[in-house]
Design a protein around this ligand. Structure first.
Ligand code: FAD
Length: 396
């Protein structure tokens, strides 16, 4: 019998489980249909920023960045956190105005973000081609982490506090009674070694784990999992590709992001240039396959932005899924039916950076049942009410 079953051992599920255990909640079980880092949490760019257009995201990300800063000490694992800032480029007058408005809001929230002109852009990144760039915003406190040890750090710390993590365990159904979930149907899985898409194969019979509470942290798979309970979610998976080059000497301070074509790139602590670009259209549904088209589009965009990178070799290319909602805000909190179900999904392309703070808030919400203004704003029923949230600083 589990007090809480968390579905999904990505960063969101593990951060929630860790914080539940830290609050003293016993018998927390985290299940995942594949392995730790099998979902978007092991496939992302590791960008961590507080430059957003909504006060909620700015304030939450200030807290998350503070948690990232202390993570290595608290969890005793090196997450390669480096605060080189984020440089957001605007190519049109309209985007430049939007950046200016966002900077003003960020300053009111206590961030030192500033608008920079072409000369200052070249001071921050001397190799950047600035023709056509009208303006940029820069927050020196933004940064990057290496996602894998971040996930492992939460997993190990959660287990040390008594959480059980079961990889290769898929939720295939639920048992319910009187509007509550009473059990989760779990089936062992395995991966086919020949299938690059990470589709799982059944590896045994399903069994039932009785439980008090369920939290769906299944990222882009969340609509599929929620549908097993008759809960319809509006979020959709959207493949997003990314690649890493051979390691170079440290030369690039910030993560550079261009909201026009979705190009972004940063230099990891290991020296690789890690980045991506928007490539449309993408295949429908969950798809984690890489494409050659991405590589050509990204190479052109990257070399256009930093011509000196023309000869650099790509070492690795991979893909994952953004979890897109119609308004760009996540779906978080308890639902009306079943009453013991909490959702934490729809985090677009910034769920990794949100997890440190959201894990804490979700654990409090699940443990106490208390709801806050944030959970009301990001609730599932906002879509039915037409009370949508808007965030315009979304990369890719
Ligand atoms: C290419 C790319 C770049 C990105 N860059 C950034 C970035 O720079 N910064 C940032 O903050 N975010 C970034 N993101 C987004 C970020 O990775 C996600 O928002 C975040 O990792 C979501 O975490 P999660 O735990 O909610 O989901 P996931 O990490 O996807 O975890 C969900 C888990 O649920 C499991 N699951 C699914 N169905 C079931 C089931 N039936 N039973 C059991 N388990 C199940 C899956 O196997 C998976 O492990 C990027 C994403 C991509 C794809």
């Amino acid at each position: 019998m589990a007090r809480v079953v968390v579905i999904g051992a990505g960063i969101m599920g593990l951060a929630t489980a860790y914080n539940l255990a830290k609050r003293g909640v016993r018998d927390v079980l985290v299940v995942d249909r594949t392995y730790l880092c099998g979902g978007a949490s092991g496939r992302n760019g590791g960008g961590v920023r507080a430059q957003f257009s909504s006060e909620t995201n700015i304030r939450l990300m200030r807290e998350s960045i503070a948690i990232c800063r202390d993570f290595a000490t608290e969890m005793k694992i090196n997450v390669w956190f480096r605060q080189g800032g984020y440089l957001f480029l605007a190519r049109s007058a309209e985007r430049a105005r939007a950046l200016e408005e966002n900077v003003a809001l960020q300053n009111r929230c206590g961030l030192p973000t500033r608008m920079v002109d072409a000369a200052e852009m070249r001071k921050i990144v001397p190799e950047l081609a600035t023709e056509g760039v009208r303006a940029a915003s820069f927050n020196p406190g933004d940064g990057v982490v290496f996602p894998w040890p971040f996930v492992w750090g939460y997993a190990r710390a959660a287990e040390d506090l008594g959480v059980t993590i079961r990889p290769f365990t898929e939720v295939v159904g639920f048992e319910t009674s009187n509007g509550r979930i009473t059990g989760v149907r779990l089936r062992p899985t395995r991966l086919s070694p020949l299938d690059a898409s990470d589709e799982v194969l059944p590896a045994g019979d399903a069994t039932t784990e009785a439980c008090d509470e369920v939290v769906i942290c299944a990222g882009a798979w969340s609509p599929k999992v929620a549908a097993l309970l008759g809960v319809a979610l509006p979020n959709k998976p959207h493949r997003h590709e990314i690649c890493a080059t051979e390691p170079l000497k440290p030369w690039l301070g910030p993560l550079v992001a261009d909201l026009t074509d979705g190009l972004y790139f940063s230099q990891s602590m290991r020296g690789e240039i890690v980045g991506g670009v928007a490539v449309d259209p993408v295949p429908e549904g969950i798809n984690q396959q890489s494409s050659r088209r991405f590589l050509t589009t990204y190479s052109r965009a990257l070399v256009g932005a930093v011509p000196v990178l023309a000869g650099v070799r790509v070492l690795r290319q991979w893909a994952g899924c953004y979890d897109l909602t119609p308004d760009g805000g996540p779906i978080v909190g308890r639902v009306a039916d079943p009453t013991n179900l909490t959702l934490a999904c729809g985090f677009m392309g910034h769920g990794f950076m949100m997890a440190p703070v959201m894990g804490r808030l979700l654990a409090e919400h699940v443990d106490t049942g208390e709801t806050s203004e944030l959970f009301a704003r990001w609730s599932l029923d906002r879509f039915a009410r037409g009370d949508l949230v808007h965030e315009n600083m979304i990369i890719g």
